[in-house]
Structure formats: structure tokens, C-alpha cells
Design a protein around this ligand. Structure first.
Ligand code: DLZ
Length: 207
């Protein structure tokens, strides 16, 4: 069945070969997160962004994303960042029977390398929030989405909203292309990679 939803094609094919992009991601619900990061990186590279110009930084949970994005944009150093090249070797996802891992706590970062400096032309904030039994979900979704918008308006650097706010595990898996049914769904990370290149290119033109 055709659908009217999703990212429409841009009028221009943007060239990302001179862009630097940071991906800041939460570690909650890691299976989904890893697929989204891989989708974003695949599209960044498809549009010409160099692997060495893609920096990936993890934070514990989605609530930490706005401050981390703000610090990454202002050029503060983080200790646990990786380049896309470091990371791509270590990502694992797309298993036969995907589960949303690590729901019961904040997983530890796996790497400690120093992160190259910005400035960054765009930041993609990636998190996966899945509704639980309490009101946590509502508070974090609301706060994080407002705060990420504030970061981009305050800094003038595009912050791509890569936060899934899913009511169920299956909704999250399907939006990362990991659906458990015949239809695997669509990896929204790909859309975020394309959005980052488009917004970064446009902002350069407008400045
Ligand atoms: C505490 C919490 C819960 C319950 N659920 C999620 C989630 O689904 N996705 C996510 O990214 N983070 C979750 N967190 C962690 C918070 O975002 C945050 O890391 C902690 O409250 C510490 O500030």
C-alpha cells in the first residue's frame, strides 16, 4: 500500500563533502539506537560527508541530549566520542529476532577515544524513548524536544530531531527498519542523515 508519509525528495541534491556533522546519541534501547546511527551515517556518506568528518558521541539517556548537543556545538571536549570510522566496525544490529536491549538501565560506553573538535555544521540528536508504566516518558519527551529546539535556535546550528517517542517496542523497532514482521519498517536514521546535510547546506548559504 502506498503512503503519503515520510520525507519528500528535496529540489536539490545537497553535497556534503565539506560538512562536519556530529551525532549525539543516548544509550538507552541500544539495539534501536545502533540501527538509527548506522542509517544516519549511511545517508551522510551517500551525500558525500567524509567518515572522518562524522563524530559520534554517546550520553546515558535522551534527557542528556540537549546539554551534550549544546556542548558539542560550543566546542567542549568529550572523552568518549568516536569518529564514524571507529564506530562502524563495532556496530551490531539487524539480528534475526531483534529485541530492544538495555531497557533496565543505562549501558556503559564501549570506547574511550578523544573526539576531534568542531565546528560542526549540524548535529543529529538520537534517542529512543519507549513508554513505560510511569509518567517518565511524557516528561522526558516534552522536555527533550523543547530543549533541542532551543539549542538550535540559540546556536544557529541545525539540531536534527532524531528522538523516537514510541508507545511500544515494536513501534521503535519498525522505525529503525528492524520490525519483527514481514515489513521491517523504515529506518528513520536515514531521513535524519539527509536532513542534516540539507539543513547544514542551507544554513551555510543563508549565513
Ligand atoms: C530513566 C529513563 C527511562 C525510564 N526511559 C528512558 C528511555 O526510554 N529512553 C532514554 O533515552 N532514556 C530513558 N531514561 C533515562 C533518562 O533519559 C536519563 O538518562 C536519566 O533520567 C538520567 O538523567
Amino acid at each position: 500500500m502506498s503512503t503519503i508519509k515520510g520525507l519528500g525528495a528535496p529540489e536539490t541534491l545537497y553535497d556534503g563533502s565539506n560538512l562536519r556533522v556530529a551525532i549525539v546519541h543516548a544509550r538507552w534501547n541500544r539495539t534501536v539506537i545502533d540501527a538509527l546511527i548506522a542509517g544516519a551515517i549511511a545517508k551522510l556518506k551517500e551525500r558525500g560527508v567524509k567518515e572522518s568528518n562524522i563524530v559520534v558521541q554517546s550520553v546515558p539517556g535522551s534527557y542528556e541530549l540537549p546539554l551534550a548537543c549544546s556542548k558539542v556545538i560550543s566546542g567542549s571536549h568529550f572523552q568518549a566520542g568516536s569518529t564514524a570510522a571507529d564506530l562502524l566496525g563495532g556496530l551490531s544490529f539487524g539480528t534475526d529476532s531483534p529485541k530492544v536491549a538495555s531497557r533496565s538501565g543505562t549501558p556503559a560506553p564501549t570506547k574511550t577515544v578523544s573526539m576531534p573538535n568542531g565546528p560542526f555544521d549540524a548535529v543529529i540528536a538520537i534517542g529512543v524513548l519507549i513508554k513505560g508504566a510511569t509518567m517518565h516518558f511524557e516528561y522526558i519527551c516534552e522536555t527533550v524536544s523543547h530543549a533541542l529546539m532551543k539549542v538550535q535556535l540559540d546556536t544557529g546550528v541545525p539540531v536534527i530531531f532524531g528522538v523516537l517517542t514510541a508507545l511500544t517496542d515494536d513501534q521503535a523497532l519498525e522505525r529503525a527498519g528492524l520490525g519483527r514482521g514481514e515489513d521491517k519498517g523504515h529506518n528513520h536514521g536515514e531521513d535524519w542523515g539527509l536532513a542534516a546535510v540539507e539543513m547544514a547546506s542551507q544554513i551555510r548559504r543563508w549565513n
